[in-house]
Design a protein around this ligand. Structure first.
Ligand SMILES: [Fe+2]
Length: 549
């Protein structure tokens, strides 16, 4: 069966295609439209659907809309607030429901030939949950979803066996751990439902001295759910304007909320584990992107293994809803093998892009060796290889790479990307070397946990050690990622370090680079030394030399 999954209701528009139980394509609309997060998460934008990414998924598989057996939409308007007589009530919430109901028609307009009767609504948190338990390499698991909100809830706890989900608890709005974190993000001068990871980074600079108050306001209720009372953030610290300087009191508030979040989620995990007794936990929802919390859950929680889907935010519900419907209609859904589910180009196509742009380039014998040489000489490399990643993390396909041994490379990378200087950059490390250098959950192929850097290594890789002595690593397995592993091996041969700095290939406020044009534009506008576009090497020193075809 051919099932197209669609996430469209809030933000992070995305599409995914599952054919006979196998995920063949998944992509976020922002990578095509170049508009970060795809759209604003307001009721008025509910009609917007991921038309470019959905069309690409079909094209990639050689299908047209009429070939589909089902379309899965990751929100069920029948569970949502009914429109009242006054459509403006509840900040236009009823309008969202009306638009979601019309989604089949909006999808037909975006994908001519699509039969709107094929559209099935999948409850938002069921879609998140399925994106974890059906994508995970386990036949059964406990599952926990936490995000800002779905139709009327912000959380789901359940158990799954052979693809069947039993929901054990669901916390209704207005209580929401995700919305609490979003509100804090807004209070600290960042963009809500977008910049939460900046708050998480800021938290490591603070002391959690507001914990006693937060423990009153935010707590588990021991029925599987929790309470988040309305918080007047000004009681703790003054509101920060955009770009305003933050002080230790802001970091202290971030630290307090971060720690309280971890404590409450630990309580939720113990409640869930008591009911299921499972060894495995799968997680999704925006809160599951909090890698600091995830590591504490792995360390102190009751589950032996935690698996988190790399596109845990709303974009992942496109895949989750498609997998869920594929399972419902009888396909055996196969676990996710890789996050590299987006667009890719052949060597010939990449060469044609370079010739069209008249860009001087070389084709070394081995791009992995050539890039390792540049990195070992402390050059910064834009690394564009294979299919782009699904989800917010660069996992060695659209990455910016650097030498981890120079402290100043942290500032250098943040400058290239136009990011705040307090933000850490992360390392990628050969999987077989990770345990020597880092302690924490291993393997960690999707950068969803933080790890402690072992003694003796902080001084060797200072650029990737955060202020609290941790690093958010990606482990690279030579079987799954042969090219990246070869590059890391070649770098180790030259430097003794099986690690490079890896951050997403984009500049400030822009979505990650996806196609070769984005890569060339990014390279043309940022002080990066080398672009490795597939097998081709483009050097800054010769970039301006017009190459005649
Ligand atoms: Fe969500």
């Amino acid at each position: 069966m051919r099932v197209l999954g669609i996430n469209a209701v809030f933000h992070d528009l995305a599409a995914a295609l599952v054919v006979d139980g196998v995920t063949v394509a998944a992509a976020e609309e922002e990578r095509f439209s170049r508009r970060k997060h795809g759209k604003q998460p307001v009721p008025f934008s509910t009609w917007e659907v991921p038309e470019k990414s959905a069309a690409w998924c079909l094209e990639h598989a050689g299908l047209v809309p009429a070939d589909l057996d089902a379309v899965a939409y990751s929100y069920d308007p029948n569970l949502a607030t009914e429109p009242a007589d006054d459509i403006t009530a509840g900040e236009w919430e009823g309008l969202r429901t009306l638009y979601a109901r019309r989604a089949p028609l909006f999808l037909r307009a975006a994908l001519p030939g699509l039969d709107p009767d094929l559209v099935r609504f999948v409850p938002h948190h069921v879609a998140h949950a399925a994106s974890a338990y059906l994508a995970a390499p386990f036949r059964s698991s406990s599952v926990l979803v936490m995000d800002g909100r779905g139709e009327r809830a912000s959380h789901l706890a359940g158990q799954t066996t052979d693809g069947e989900l039993e929901v054990l608890a669901a916390q209704r709005l207005p209580h929401s751990l995700g919305l609490m974190y979003e509100e804090l993000t807004d209070h600290l001068g960042f963009r809500r439902s977008s910049d939460e990871y900046k708050v998480m980074a800021m938290a490591s600079y603070g002391e959690p001295r507001f914990l006693p108050e937060l423990r009153e306001l935010v707590r588990a209720t021991y029925d599987g759910g929790f309470v988040t009372q309305r918080i007047d953030w000004n009681v703790f610290v003054r509101r920060l304007g955009k770009e305003a300087e933050w002080g230790s009191e802001h970091a202290d508030l971030a630290a307090s909320v971060q720690v309280r979040l971890e404590e409450v989620v630990l309580d939720l995990l113990y409640w869930l584990h008591e009911r299921t007794g499972d060894g495995e936990l799968t997680m999704a929802g925006g809160v599951a992107l909090n890698c600091v919390a995830n590591s504490r859950l792995a360390e102190q929680g009751p589950f032996e293994r935690i698996w988190i889907q790399p596109a845990s935010g709303d974009s992942g519900t496109a895949l989750g809803s498609a997998m869920y419907v594929a399972h419902e209609i009888g396909d055996a859904v196969e676990p996710m093998q890789t996050a590299a589910l987006g667009r890719g180009w052949s060597d010939e196509e990449l060469g044609a892009w370079l010739r069209t742009a008249h860009v001087a380039h070389e084709r070394p014998d081995d791009i992995a060796e050539a890039v390792a040489e540049v990195l070992a000489g402390n050059g910064v490399v834009a690394w564009f290889q294979g299919r782009s990643e699904y989800g917010p993390r660069a996992l060695g396909h659209r990455s910016l790479l650097a030498h981890p041994g120079y402290t100043e490379n942290l500032d250098r990378m943040n400058e290239i990307k136009g990011r705040e200087q307090f933000r850490p950059v992360a390392p990628m490390v050969l999987a077989e070397k990770a345990a020597e250098i880092f302690s924490g959950p291993l393997p960690s192929p999707y950068m969803l946990f933080t790890h402690r850097v072992r003694k003796g290594w902080e001084e060797r890789v200072p650029a990737v050690v955060h202020v609290d002595g941790t690093a958010r690593i990606q482990t690279v397995d030579g079987f799954e990622e042969p090219l990246v592993a070869r590059m890391l091996q070649a770098f180790e041969q030259r430097t003794g370090l099986p690690i490079v700095v890896n951050t997403s290939l984009n500049t400030a406020g822009r979505p990650m680079v996806d196609d070769p044009r984005d890569a060339l534009e990014c390279f043309g506008s940022a002080p990066v030394d080398v672009l490795a576009l597939g097998p081709y090497l483009i050097r800054r020193s010769t970039f301006n030399r017009r190459d005649r075809p």
